[in-house]
Design a binder for this molecule. Structure first.
Ligand code: 5GP
Length: 203
């Protein structure tokens, strides 16, 4: 699909720090919005409906799939996660940078529909750091942590499918890396369809 905006897919294992990276990016004055995903999982402490996710039940989610209201969706553990289609298409037509924080499965589906989507994988520097972060979060049982670590390894194995990988060891550096990637993407000739007429203004 052709549009003027930039669809930015950010993936990374749970605990990779992608939420913090996104929060910092939002402060940098880019014309950027983040899609709010829909999920059937229960809210964690401090999470709000409409901000962190649209928390819905399974019936609501499956209705949305049947009515073609989801851009993509995936099952992760026992829960569904997906991206509502309409707001994303509206933002892209307004020329915005639209962040999709989605998993590897979702990224593969998005690339099929939006081949010019920019895909970035945020990774922890290593599994030891990831495990520490997950345990520190304190919201997950031991079983959850083990399950998330296994899923993380599967996700990390998919890094070669992405356009870019950013190691989130130092937050500031990771944010700067993603910012640089966005800026370079926006400067691509293929995205600057009016460049010749702009430069040759009075020729
Ligand atoms: P969490 O439960 O930790 O918030 O998220 C679990 C996983 O679901 C993460 O890998 C996250 O990126 C992924 N996820 C969140 N929203 C979406 C979505 O809309 N679509 C897909 N495919 N994955 C999502």
């Amino acid at each position: 699909m052709k549009n003027n905006g930039l669809l930015l897919v950010l993936s990374g294992p749970s605990g990779s720090g992608k939420d913090t990276v996104i929060a910092e990016l939002m402060k940098l004055g880019l014309d950027m919005v983040q899609s709010v995903s829909m999920t059937t999982r229960a809210p964690r402490e401090g999470e709000n409906h409409g901000v962190d996710y649209l928390f819905v039940d399974t019936d609501y989610f499956t209705d949305a799939i049947e009515n073609k209201k989801m851009l993509e969706y995936a099952q992760y553990g026992v829960n569904f996660y997906g991206t509502p289609k309409e707001p994303v298409d509206n933002w892209l037509s307004e020329g915005k940078i639209v962040i999709l924080k989605i998993d590897v499965q979702g990224c593969e589906n998005i690339k099929k529909m939006y081949p010019d989507a920019l895909t970035v994988f945020i990774t922890p520097p290593n599994m030891t750091v990831l495990e520490k972060r997950l345990r520190r979060r304190g919201t997950e049982t031991d079983e959850d942590v083990e399950r998330r670590l296994k899923i993380a390894i599967d996700e990390i194995n998919k890094i070669p499918l992405y356009d870019y990988v950013v190691i989130n060891d130092e937050l500031e550096k990771a944010v700067d890396d993603v910012y640089t990637i966005i800026k370079a993407e926006q400067l691509k000739v293929s995205r600057r369809t009016n460049i010749l007429s702009e430069v040759k203004d009075n020729v």
